[in-house]
Design a protein around this ligand. Sequence first.
Ligand code: PHE
Ligand code: NA
Length: 509
Amino acid sequence: RKANRGAFSGRNAFIFAAIGSAVGLGNIWRFPYVAYSNGGGSFILPYIIALVTAGIPLLFLDYAIGHRYRGSAPLSFRRLHRMTEPLGWWQVMICFIIGIYYALILAWAIRYFLFSFTKEWGDDPATFFTETFTHSVPAEEATFGLDFVPGVAIPLILVWVGVIGVLIMGVQKGIARFSGIFMPILVVMFVILVIVALTLPGSGAGLDALFTPDWGALTDSSVWVAAYGQIFFSLSVAFGIMLTYSSYLKKDEDLTGSGLLVGFSNSSFEILAGIGVFAALGFMAQSTGQPIDEVAGGGIGLAFIAFPTIINQAPVGALIGVLFFGSLVFAGFTSMISIIEVIIAAIQDKLGLNRVPATLVVGVPMAVVSLLLFPTTTGMNLLDITDAFVNNFGIVAVALVATVTLSAGFGALPTLRNHLNRSSSFKVGRIWQMFVGGVAPIVLGYILINEIQRTVAEGYGGMPGWFVNVFGWGMVIALVVMAFLLTSIPWGERSNVHVLDSDGDLIPP
Ligand code: PHE
Ligand code: NA
């Protein structure tokens, strides 16, 4: 008997799960500061162009591969062509790395959600975050160490128990059900947060800062790179996620219609987050008397240092804290489960396992690695470097190799385009092939070369060279090596690796 794969009950289940994956920490803390530091109001132009020429076309590509070949990333690529299986494992390995550190941010957010009630961080949220809470060593002293921080380790254990618990329930009863509950709660919480933020004094100045266009920025190539980077990350394309989810959809589905809905929802949430975050930053600038560009520092600091400062000073601070950190937790959790699902699906297909053993075989070792590496005094440095390298190099490289291989290498795009058009409401034309096989590789290649040159010249974040070599470059190279090793493992007895008929349709097991 062949092992059973999961399935979504229908289109809505799929859409909730896909939006749950797309809407994540990238929308809430990444988009606002990327937009702000790349031209503000004028960023909308490169952003929309990136969405239309690369984001949506690659989203369709992921959907087409997963839905046509009805498998996890490695199985789908394998069915597409024997030679392309390593591409699938490469995506699986990327998800492995992201999964082990993404859990850390979720663990922090859970603690900060609780801290919001009592404003545990006191008068100096910056010192609290780096010293009292995470006990972080500075970047220059980044090292490999096992100095555990119990206040982080305990919520991290909870995160892993929750993630494994949901995933063990399966595609429909776990992933789709929880996304269907969490996403509406997230939207309600976030809309209230934005409304509260807009009523704070100084919020208008924050919005001005975010939306005032700087048209000159459009001639700067780094602004375009930032726009494409944000779109790739935010839509979760080329991670194997959308590919895996669409493999759980029934046969005749409106793929492109769903894709447009997911893309539109994700971008809407991003703009909403920009408004909420900058309204709050405007308030913070006014009440601390600092200029707005000083309080709008991006990244982790925005969530875990700037927001506590805002919460300290705002009239309804605790409410803002609960809504903001609650949103981070809900948005992050559904993204986290989508990342781990890529790996579970791959192992399940390769070894022919059922749901429960596959979830445990993947989830438990990942939890152990995550718990050994990240709730430590050097955990923040590890998070920083793995996040930067896996996104700037791993994802960009796999997307580049995949688009070139599928278009020029195996001429797979016409087949995939027909597949998309078979049951979809929105038909894609030749232009889709041009975007996927032309625009995307050019932009990705440009980003990759630029980033490599810059990082080789400047190092990374002031961290020691050996640390960057091991956890940055070494890690990225290890992913590719692992992809080939995993490809070489034979497919299990119960995996239905080759069952496609002459039309490329799957013969039901
Ligand atoms: N798309 C998610 C976001 O915007 C991030 C993410 C990346 C989620 C990769 C899953 C996998 O936050
Ligand atoms: Na997103």
